[in-house]
Write a protein that binds this ligand. Sequence first.
Ligand SMILES: Cc1cc2nc3c(=O)[nH]c(=O)nc-3n(C[C@H](O)[C@H](O)[C@H](O)COP(=O)(O)O)c2cc1C
Length: 368
Amino acid sequence: MLSRPMARMAGRQPGLPTPVMNDAPAIPSYRLCVAPMLDRTDRHCRALFRRLSPHALLYSEMITTAALLHGDAERHLAFDASEHPVALQLGGSDPDDLARCALLAERRGYDEVNLNCGCPSDRVQAGRFGACLMKEPQLVADCVAAMSDAVQIPVTVKCRIGVDDQDDYGALAALVARVAGAGCTRFAVHARKAWLRGLNPRQNREIPPLRHEIVQRLKGDFPQLKIIINGGLQTLDDIRAQFAQGVDGVMLGRAAYTNPALLAAADRQLFGGTAATWETLHGELRAGLLAGLARGTPLHRMTRHLLGLHQGRPGARAFRRHLSEHAPRAGAGIQVWDEAISRLQTPPPTSSPSGSKGDDRAHSHFFQ
Ligand SMILES: Cc1cc2nc3c(=O)[nH]c(=O)nc-3n(C[C@H](O)[C@H](O)[C@H](O)COP(=O)(O)O)c2cc1C
């Protein structure tokens, strides 16, 4: 009988699409991931993004162990069955607390639990977790071991390439080796170091230079691990270039959020399928909004995640303005969405995005 970490290594992925028993091997969902983003990748966002991307692995916002163990766990963990495959990201550094929270996530039906070792905010540092955990490889290993013992679902780690002055490749490789030994077989690596003093979280996503080559080297040195690259990927060409370097998956953060059409195009590119038309995407999103409204979700809590949908298209500003003004109003219903769509000038919602003239890269790149 395989130990739990070994069972994970053997490729069992609870909750992920059942492998099809034919000649074509199933493509793992981690090939395309939507990054955890506080105040963004909430359940409403994920349910809509699932409509755009049937296959991507969607990460929750980071939830702290304290919030889960002492707060309203049911509210923090709630998600819709349509969101699968979905991963819960945890912030914490106490192995027992993390193990308890991992178990809560598994019982609630999450497909994966992820430990945040990349967030540089002051609040997180005060709690001794997030990016500062990169300075404590043994503690990360202890956390992962405790979580792995508690659950069957994969336990993964999201980290940076370094932190403060600890930014040599050797330190990153040592961390990964130690944490892999504790049972983690998949790492999502933001290809930037974090400065814990002097830069705020936003600056820490922009100022430290991107070093994709470090993450690619990690994959070369740890071929048995699954390495997901994150940071600054904005186009299908960027994504293709990373796969050409051998990584196992890409994780999109801001680009997926500000331009959800990229997510739809990346899904078709990486998992196969015909290019989506605007008509298809609008239909999917409308169905998602209707489902949310039926659950009692206010329209604005959903449409706020779609303001970037038509970025760069004629009428995009009117689309955004209509949603921003009307969706927050009491009783706002699906007609607000329909009116916003009608503000788009060209192409009309029924035409194919790839066939329209005057496109910016949102069209020419993302639908092919
Ligand atoms: C608004 C916002 C919130 C974020 N919240 C989290 C978080 O909760 N957990 C986490 O690991 N990373 C968080 N991140 C970082 C992203 O997951 C990602 O690593 C980073 O944005 C770099 O990827 P990108 O260049 O594709 O955006 C956040 C990023 C943004 C923009």
